[in-house]
Design a protein around this ligand. Structure first.
Ligand SMILES: [Fe+2]
Length: 246
């Protein structure tokens, strides 16, 4: 089975996936189960003992952990991991059962298809230091956007689930913080505008994302867009959420 949740931020919010804490169901899972984190994984951050502790702990869990990148990842370290093809798309292999689902990729997991596009805009850039705890490549490059478009064209603009960290520009949550593209150099682009273009053209069942640190259910063109933070949901449970969360 596939489980999906929002930002974990390493030790800060990872208790929600701890089988000994808030996720007792996790004890029953196996290597055939997947838990996907919609960005701000955070466990590749200091490259030292802190990361090692949490990656060792995650590797000890029975399921496979997958994550897309958010805007709180150490991208310098993340890009050093080896790239491999996994379930039809490109991943960074982090540990034996931990993978980073790269931007603009298409995966077939357990009979469901996923399009992934991590990254997002930080709203506290003024308090952070470039390449120490903030990376401009939290926003996409033209090459990454072109790759995503090529991937979607190759699949006739049809997928079951979209997984992103930030969300398309017309979503009401984007009003919460202003994405100031002036904080970034020329090679980087507005991710919300890019996701808006994709949303307008893509045929999908549901869009799942993180970044806004709340759980919620929105409708766009009759299709659900689900923001995740505290909750862990299953794909089977999406229809139930419509009544529970609206
Ligand atoms: Fe976050």
């Amino acid at each position: 089975m596939i489980f999906i949740t929002g930002d974990t931020h390493r030790e800060q919010d990872i208790a929600k996936i701890n089988p000994d804490d808030k996720f007792p169901l996790g004890k029953q899972l196996t290597a055939d189960d997947y838990l996907i984190i919609c960005g701000d994984f955070g466990c590749i951050w200091d490259g030292g003992k802190g990361d090692a502790f949490w990656l060792n702990w995650l590797e000890s869990l029975p399921w496979q952990t997958c994550f897309i990148d958010g805007n709180h990842e150490n991208f310098t370290l993340l890009k050093e991991y080896p790239v491999e093809t996994w379930h039809g798309g490109k991943v960074h292999r982090i540990r034996s059962n931990i993978v980073h689902l790269m931007r603009g990729e298409y995966f077939d997991i357990d009979g469901h298809t996923f399009f992934t596009f991590g990254g997002g805009a930080s709203h506290d850039v003024q308090y952070r230091v470039a390449n120490v705890n903030w990376w401009q490549c939290e926003l996409p490059t033209k090459e990454e956007m072109d790759h995503a478009i090529e991937t979607l064209q190759a699949h006739n603009w049809k997928v079951d689930y979209v997984l992103t960290h930030d969300i398309y520009q017309s979503h009401p949550l984007t009003r919460r913080f202003v994405l100031d593209i002036n904080n970034y150099d020329a090679p980087y682009f507005d991710i919300q505008m890019f996701l808006e273009k994709i949303a307008a053209k893509l045929d999908y069942k549901a869009w799942l994302h993180g970044h806004y640190h709340e759980d919620g259910y929105y409708i766009r063109d009759g299709k659900p867009t689900i923001v995740l933070f505290h909750k862990i949901i299953t794909l089977d449970g999406i229809d139930i959420l419509r009544n529970e969360w609206k």
